[in-house]
Design a protein around this ligand. Structure first.
Ligand code: KG4
Ligand code: ZN
Length: 347
């Protein structure tokens, strides 16, 4: 079975072809136009998707060495995301599926991130056969779920304010770093001292104010943002300039500590031996390292997607559609699909 996946929920225009569950192609065109604005401009994102969608889909089909006529199913992100951006990919998918007379499967973007640790390029890669704890950390979401073998998941924690990726991007912006600042902080942190300054770890065992961190799997990063702003504003610019790598390393350490503590605590509480970390922030080398050593310490199996599947991509959209179709969970849609308004919206 050949599935074409399409992803346009934010600032990546992506198309992928999956053949019998394996990735044949995964084309990602990242929109650079937003760099000048320090964040994604929704209107510009929609226009860029409109400009790129045809050539990105053509490239994915060509690279997979098939023809459009060989496609059996089209899976497209139906939300959540920037609504104009989602609509470009979804309407394109709708039109193409209709013209080819094949089913359209609308996919929840965040749900696709959850399962992105199981994207297969070769037959021997991991499949989500058992229960696992899923941490999804992106620019818009920080979500902790317990997933069962039927692909059902229960949200046990989420951010009550900023997402982890947002915390990276916004504190990085305060330091004058380019958008998105997550990867820049990651790189700078390699040259800095993570213990240079202790920024707050809200709702954890190391939080100074919260006594109720146990069994609280929610996250909060807005205090960290304020703390970084105060730190910068109360020191000489030359001092800040001189210590950018140290401050970056300290910010990263604070965010990573929170993510690792809560995820491992959830696995212990629910007695689950598997953790999967996904979303753009899962590319962070500090997070990968700390999560790996915490999992080793507790005998937990860890799966993290390759960096190319951490950030937004269409392979994860096609993979989730394939997992659901092969397990009889997804009902292919007959083209009259409406965009999903939120993470809770599924089919
Ligand atoms: O999943 P994603 O590509 O898009 C959303 O759905 O949001 O995630 C983008 C987020 C951005 O906030 C970006 O700064 C962050 O992921 N990110 C990273 C790294 N690579 C991407 N954050 C920390 N370290 C990285 N290496
Ligand atoms: Zn995403």
């Amino acid at each position: 079975m050949n599935i074409l996946g399409i992803e346009t929920s934010c600032d990546e225009t992506s198309a992928a072809v999956l053949q019998n569950g394996r990735v044949l192609s995964n084309i990602i065109s990242s929109q650079l136009i937003h760099k000048a604005y320090g964040g994604v401009v929704p209107e510009l994102a929609s226009r860029e998707h409109e400009r790129l969608i045809v050539s990105v889909v053509e490239s994915a089909v060509n690279k997979a060495n098939i023809q459009k006529i060989d496609l059996d199913v089209i899976a497209a992100t139906a939300g959540p995301g920037l609504i104009g951006a989602v609509m470009v990919g979804l309407c394109f998918a709708q039109g193409l599926a209709w013209s080819l007379g094949i089913p359209l499967v609308p996919v929840n973007h965040i749900e696709a991130h959850i399962f992105s640790g199981f994207i297969q390029e070769t037959p021997d890669e991991a499949v989500p056969a058992e229960n696992f704890v899923s941490l999804t950390v992106s620019g818009g979401h920080t979500l902790l779920c317990v997933v069962d073998r039927n692909l059902h998941y229960r949200v046990i924690g989420r951010t009550i304010d900023d997402a982890a990726g947002e915390a990276f991007d916004k504190t990085g912006k305060m330091l004058g770093l380019d958008y998105p600042a997550g990867p820049v902080i990651d790189r700078l942190a390699g040259e800095g001292d993570p213990y240079f300054h202790e920024f707050p770890r809200a709702l954890t065992s190391r939080s100074r104010t919260s006594k109720s961190y146990r069994d609280n799997f929610d996250f909060s990063f807005s205090g960290l943002k304020t703390s970084v702003l105060n730190y910068i504003n109360t020191r000489e610019p030359a001092f800040i300039e001189q210590h950018i790598p140290d401050i970056a390393a300290s910010i990263q350490e604070a965010i990573v500590d929170v993510l690792v503590e809560k995820t491992v605590a959830a696995a212990m509480k629910f007695n689950i031996g598997s953790i999967s970390v996904a979303g753009g922030v899962s590319a962070n080398s500090g997070l990968r390292e700390k999560m790996e050593s915490a999992c080793n310490e507790h005998g937990i199996t860890l799966s993290i997607p390759k960096a190319i599947y951490s950030t937004d991509n269409a392979a994860m959209i096609a993979t989730l559609a394939d997992l659901k179709l092969s397990r009889g969970i997804a009902a292919p849609n007959n083209y009259d699909v409406a965009p999903f308004a939120s993470f809770e919206h599924r089919y």
